[in-house]
Structure formats: structure tokens, C-alpha cells
Design a binder for this molecule. Sequence first.
Ligand SMILES: [Zn+2]
Length: 243
Amino acid sequence: MENLRIVTINNNESIWDRKKKILVILAHPDDPEFFCGATLAKWVGEGHHINYCLLTRGEKGTNDHFTRTEQIREIRKREQENAAVAIGAKQVFFMDNPDGFLMATLDLRKELVKVMRKQRPDIVISCDPTNYFIHGTSINHPDHRAAGQVTLDAIFPAVQNADFYPDLLEEGYTPHHVEELWLSLPTHPNISMAVSATWEQKIAALLKHSSQIGDAQEFVKRMHERGEDVHYCEEFHRIVIRK
Ligand SMILES: [Zn+2]
């Protein structure tokens, strides 16, 4: 792919001139805050409505073999709900796919079509399924790629096409056009959100994931360094979806 031009949106700049319904579809509790928490907080501040849909409960996010799976699932669910409150998101939906084994299956595609036809978001946020290596130095989690893949597959063309899933149509889940898809962790970013104004809010939300971050003071220090490294920006590949 040729290099895309990267447009920068400043802290006080708005992308949209009317309020949007935004749905974040990602694999694990803590993905929304790690990948794009400062941007989500900025959008909440502008009055947009944000819900989360998480495809797993992140039960493998522990090195403690003595913690029972059901306990971890509960802890991570609660942490994610508290983090969503810190961002200002309205609702968090969890799907119970097994953490670590997420696949872009036809069944999951249909589930997501149902979720999107029900919630009718204008904007969907997910992550880039083509990104195998984060910053070229570490391997992207396969669940992240699968979450991005299945979200893409559901949005186009199935969500907006009545010929997909007549049974859903009969149940009242009518076709819906998603206007834009924003992929976090992009291989080829085309938009950079300057988010220094909400970087502290991102950190505050991440601190709610205490099972994941280790020593809180150390974590905050690392996140400040990270902010400087990325010039307090979060990047996306923004795609406007044709009807
Ligand atoms: Zn993750």
C-alpha cells in the first residue's frame, strides 16, 4: 500500500459536526483504554455517545495459576466497567468467547451483525487485523487481529445488506449503515488524534485495570514516558464506508 497522508486532529478540533453514536468492538478488557482511551475520552467530552462491546472477558490475563478462571473473568469484567466509567462510556457489553482463542468465525460475524443492527452506531472502533507486529518489535495478540477481522467482515457488507441473515430481519434487526470504521493499532495510519488534553484521563482509566498493570506508580511513570514518545497522539486508520 502506498503511504497514506496522515491528517492530525488537534485537541480542540472536532471531526464531526453532529453528535455520533460510537461503538467500540475489541477483544479484551483494557484494549479500549490502551489502544485509544484518550481519543474516546475526548469524544465523550464533545458529547458523543460511546458503548463498548468486548468479545472476551480476558481470563488469560494473569500469570497467577492459582486464581480460578471464573474469578479472573469477574475481576476483569468489573475493572473494565470501572474503566469505562472513567472514560465516560455509557455501557459495556461482554461476549463470552474464550480469551486467547478468538476467531473471526461466521457465527461471531452474525452475532456482531445483530449487535450493530440493534445498537445502530454511526461510528465503529476496532483494531487493524493486518497488524502482525506492533511497532515492528512485538507480536500483536492474535485476538486483537481476530477482533478487527470479524468486525470488518460484519460491517461490510452484512450489517447493511438485507440479504444477509433473513432470520435476523424477521426478528426486527433491520439493516443499518455504519458511516465510518476507525482501526486502532493501524499498520497504515491516516489520522492522528492529538490527545494531550485527555492523556491523564486515559491513565486514570487504565489504573482501574489493576490486575493488569503491576505497580501503579511505575505504570503511571511508564505511561507519561509513552505519552512523550508518541507526542500525546493516538493513531487510526479511518475508513468511510460506502453504502
Ligand atoms: Zn488485548
